[in-house]
Structure formats: C-alpha cells, structure tokens
Design a protein around this ligand. Structure first.
Ligand SMILES: [Zn+2]
Length: 285
C-alpha cells in the first residue's frame, strides 16, 4: 500500500497525517487560519507531508459531494467556498473533501473501535456533537452530503437556545458545553475531575448529563437499529468517568430493552487523528 494523506480542519488546528499500512507515518499541524488563508495553509501541510498517492480533507460544516463548503459555522468566512477545486488547482492533484465527522466515522469504522460493525453510529462529544453513520455496511452521506447532523436534533422543545438559531438541540445538553450548562457554568473538565475524585455533587451532575447523552443515543438506535455506537470527541478521553452513567441510562431508555440486543457502546480508539485518517482513507475511493 502506498501512503495516503488526510488533513482534518478543526476549530483551532489543522492536522495532516500520512497514513501507510494502518499507521500514521508522519503528522503535521498548524493553527486553523481565517477562511481566506485556509487554502494556503492546507497546501503547505500537504507539501510538508511529502509523497502520497491520494489526498483528502475533512472539513466541518455542510460540504457538498463536489467539495463545496456551503457553510462552516466555526470557520468565519467559509460560505459557498469551492475548497476542492481551489486545492486541486494549487496542488495540481486530485483532492477529495468530506465532512469531518463523516471522515472520523469512516476511520473508526474501518480501522478503529467500529471494526466489524455493519450498522454503526459515531457520536463525537466535544464542544458540540458531531455524528456519522453506517447502514448495511455503507457509509451514509445523505442526498446532499449533510447526513448525521445529530447535534441539532431537538430533544427539549423550548429548551436552551442554540447558536443554530433554534432551541433545545441535543448538543446544548449532551456535549462539553452542555455539561457546563448543567453545572451552572462550571467547565465540563472540572466537573469530570471532581467526579473522578469522588465528589458526590459532581457525580450527580454527570448522571444528569449521562441521561441527556443516553436520550439521544436511544433516539438514534430507534432510527437505524445499529449494532455498535462509537463514542468519541474530547469527552471520550474521560470515558472511565462518564461512560458508566451513559450506559446505565441507555439500558433504561432504550425502546423495549428486554426484547432486543442492545447496541454495543464502544469508546473511540483513534482520538484526534480520526478525522485526518478518515479523510485519507476516503480519498482512495
Ligand atoms: Zn442547534
């Protein structure tokens, strides 16, 4: 296998990897610039990665199958932005551009925690919530490339307002910022650290949080009947503290739990590299 390259565009940093024979052989990182400088930064990363047969980019937001960024809420100025053709012109090489969560889902499914699954959800619990899905052994993109925007499922009509302009979106409750909201403004990491050291009040907050996560996971299960749900994102690094609460509530909230095989809740294995590895793997298709 020849090396393939992938670059994940994050809210604060861009991570490029050269992936060969199931391992990262080189990685390059740069701060994420303003959208006007994005193409230049990605070209620099691609050149620094060296020689690759194919290259892909994972990009947050609504990405069309043609690699046009329709909107990217955390990257100001990236609206109706033809990222793929600009990169292809500058690199003189074919480039694929996919949604970052779709890329991460593909990576965890193919070479991470989701290996062996035919029907999978990947749920990334970070500042917000990202998602991607596999149905019947096929990665799903939806009719316009926008499938898996699960963070904005409404779970609480008239609930907390969301930057998307609506109210009660799942990520207002079940992400890192959701945990902070539940905790009255205390940072999620601090709540988790207190719970890890045995603080009863923090443990109660995490239980409330775990229920919100489980509500969404149960909804996803009702829609696609997955065999595996992979939990990733920044909060998954504290899986030993948060997962028991999520598992407990999931077992109770799941529809008809005593009459079905429960989807296996697995913790993501590829960490922050999932998006870049997935972009690299998808570039070979
Ligand atoms: Zn929303």
């Amino acid at each position: 296998m020849t090396a393939v390259a992938g670059i994940d565009v994050g809210g604060t940093k861009c991570l490029g990897v050269l992936f060969d024979g199931y391992e990262i052989v080189k990685s390059v990182r740069r701060p994420t610039p303003h959208a006007k400088e994005l193409v230049t930064t990605l070209v620099e990363i691609a050149k620094e990665l060296g020689t690759y047969s194919t290259i892909g980019v994972g990009m947050p937001g609504l990405i069309t199958p043609e690699g046009v960024v329709r909107a990217s809420p955390n990257l100001k100025g990236a609206t109706d932005f033809d990222l793929r053709s600009q990169l292809e012109t500058r690199l003189n090489h074919r480039v694929t551009v996919e949604n970052d969560a779709t890329s991460a889902t593909h990576a965890e499914w193919q070479v991470g925690a989701g290996r062996g699954s035919s029907d999978l959800w990947m749920v990334t619990l970070g500042t917000g919530i990202g998602g991607g899905l596999v149905i019947g052994g096929k990665l799903q993109r939806g009719s316009h490339g926008f499938a898996g925007e699960i963070g904005h499922m409404v779970v609480h009509p008239d609930g907390l307002s969301c930057p998307c302009g609506r109210r009660g979106c799942w990520e207002r409750y079940a992400s890192g910022s959701g945990l902070a909201a539940i905790a009255g403004g205390e940072r999620g990491e601090e709540v988790i650290a207190r719970a890890a050291s045995g603080d009863a009040q923090a443990t109660e907050l995490l239980d409330v949080f775990g229920k919100w996560v489980a509500i969404g996971l149960a909804n996803l299960t009702n829609i696609t009947d997955p065999d595996v749900i992979v939990i990733g994102g920044g909060l998954a690094t504290s899986a030993d503290v948060i997962m028991p609460h999520i598992r407990n509530w999931f077992g109770q909230i799941l529809y008809s739990p005593e009459h079905r095989a429960h989807p296996e809740l697995r913790v993501a294995q590829l960490g922050e590299s999932a998006g870049a590895i997935g972009a690299a793997l998808l570039s070979t298709n």
